[in-house]
Write a protein that binds this ligand. Sequence first.
Ligand SMILES: [Ca+2]
Ligand SMILES: [Ca+2]
Length: 418
Amino acid sequence: MLAALSASVVLSLLAPMTSVESGEAMQQGPSQRKGGGQKAESREYATGPEVPGIRLERVLPALPLVRPIQTLQRPGDPKNLYIVEQPGRILIADPSDASTKEAKVFLDIREQVNDQGNEEGLLSVAFHPQWPEKRELYCYYTAAKPRRSVLTRFTVAADGLSADPASEEVILTQTQPYPNHNGGTALFGPDGFLYLSLGDGGAANDPHHYAQNMNTLLGKVLRIDVNRKGDNGAPYAVPADNPFVGQEGAKPEIWATGTRNIWRMSFDRKTGQLWAGDVGQNIWEEIDIIEKGGNYGWNAREGFHDFAGGKGTPPYIEPIVEYHHREGVSVTGGVVYRGAAIPNLDGVYVYADFQYGTVWGIRMIDGVPTKPAVITRARGELISSIDAMLDGSMVFSTFNNGQERGNPGSIWRAVAAQ
Ligand SMILES: [Ca+2]
Ligand SMILES: [Ca+2]
């Protein structure tokens, strides 16, 4: 299954190197040598067209939002934004009307969502891509008593403007040992299957080594078929070509393993590659391209570095890029920009640090990343999500003024810097 390794992964396994095929690579600087007392790896960056700067422009400035954690659009409705609030509401608003002070409530499940912890709540939603044949909304959230993560499905009204709370069907449940590291992103792939990132369960350092344990869904990326029932009437089926189907001691839902807490992943709508930001423990934040059957190393690895006390079975797929905790605290994975409004940003993967508000862009040139370029800084904002709208434009969701519960949040559209 590891034959699916990308060229970049193969290159990074061959460290140290001094050049790539093009001969134009720049060597990583010495700044990476402070990582946790571990030996630093040498990495290569490709050269490519300059990554342009962006500017964040406030959208719906008069609309009060509580911890907006994702913004999306429904297939077939290029006008409205669906704004997900972490406590468990989804609002609908037309972003062209800046005077909007109140949004329509699309779904309110705050009663059943547990958002006590900073990383708990309604974390991710996805519309079924086959609208209007399937008027379905998938929600991934945390619940209490017992503490767990759930993936559920709601039926959406024919006009697309509300979802029926009473229609909820539970698709998948995962017991959560701790309040943190619940992932996650739920989204449909170009293959029509639903992908879900689950964190390692929480605490710190993955104390139970869940991420490398193939018998749990924790610390994994899953791939399931929500269009079919599974064996014995299970609410979903496992695609027959999942990499660990039939392997003893392995959950067949697993698509990739060894991930710590992927906070936001997305498919490049042109290449089909699955990009993820995997939040680090103490020192290194990383960006990965998730491959079928890949092991991303946690908790034996953090970024490109060995992690003390971790254990696992190599080979591991190395990150595409990483950054040190001098530059941020917690990565928010983003999207590969495929919009028309900023032509020279096409193909750039845009990601951010949640707490510092720094936003970077990288390109992939023949499977090798360009050096991360800072493309903007959202000072004073906590960047919770970067999402692509139907036309490929990017919307940022942020909590402003700190993390206190109930503080307002805001959303922003990315525009060209000049
Ligand atoms: Ca947890
Ligand atoms: Ca990793």
